[in-house]
Write a protein that binds this ligand. Structure first.
Ligand code: PEP
Length: 246
């Protein structure tokens, strides 16, 4: 039985004051039946760690360098994130693939770098609207996941995968539970075929998850929780979503 996981992706939002308020509200809403984490902008990780220390809410980053160290201006290494107790690092979010031209190979290298420091990569995959309309959803997501499986080998079982259809991110348009489940089943089968312990890998759904659709989505057999963007910035709504995962 996989324990559900709900992860907030704050993206480039927040301020020291607003974060303190949001995290205090979340801490006050514990305990949750599911695992809960927040992936915050790097500059806030230290304060987030200090505020959540001792609670069962985990924290993480929204990206990680594929390199261990060196002349890579602007990048943050997995070792640095590990020093601040990050449990998770999102890799391959569609916004990074789109705005930073991240390739499948780079995403796979980032997943490897995270795992090397015992940080669980949350590997995002998902198709654009044009790809879905062109009947290419399965081809795209299996290509994206396949690159990571190939790089991680037996360690593939240690990642978390997030299926995030690009057309549903921040648009208010959610995949139906059946649409999401169908893709999750494909991803689970791919992990299984690769010999990863597919039964244990958590597959999150992300894309306009809200308080009023979380229960239905999380009830699907291969949806093990969610990666939540906009709604994770509102303490009351994020709490409802976390409580929908059980
Ligand atoms: C995301 O950015 O990972 C996401 C799912 O965003 P939203 O929930 O706002 O669609």
């Amino acid at each position: 039985m996989r324990r559900k996981l709900v992860v907030g992706n704050w993206k480039m939002h927040g301020s020291r004051a607003a974060n303190a308020e949001l995290l205090a509200a979340l801490a006050a809403a514990r305990p949750f039946a599911a695992d809960v984490a927040v992936c915050v902008p790097c500059v806030f990780i230290g304060e987030t760690a200090a505020q959540l220390a001792g609670s069962d809410i985990a924290w993480g980053a929204q990206d990680v360098s594929a390199h261990a160290q060196g002349a890579y201006t602007g990048e943050v290494s997995a070792a640095m994130l590990a020093e601040y107790g990050c449990r998770y690092a999102i890799v391959g979010h569609s916004e990074r693939r789109q705005y930073h031209a991240e390739s499948d190979a780079l995403v796979a290298a980032k997943a490897q770098a995270a795992l090397a420091r015992a940080i669980t990569p949350i590997v995002c995959v998902g198709e654009t609207l044009a790809e879905r309309d062109g009947g290419r959803t399965e081809t795209v997501v299996t290509r994206q996941l396949g690159a990571v499986i190939a790089a991680l080998g037996a360690r593939a079982a240690q990642m978390v995968v997030a299926y995030e259809p690009v057309w549903a991110i921040g648009t208010g348009r959610t995949a139906t539970p059946d649409q999401a489940q169908a893709v999750h089943a494909v991803l689970r089968a791919q992990l299984q075929a690769a010999g990863a312990d597919a039964a244990g890998v958590r597959l999150l759904y992300g894309g306009s998850v809200k308080a009023d659709n979380a229960v239905e989505l999380f009830a699907m057999p291969d949806i093990d929780g969610g990666l939540i963007g906009g709604a994770s910035l509102k303490a009351a709504e994020f709490t409802v979503i976390c409580n929908a995962a059980r």
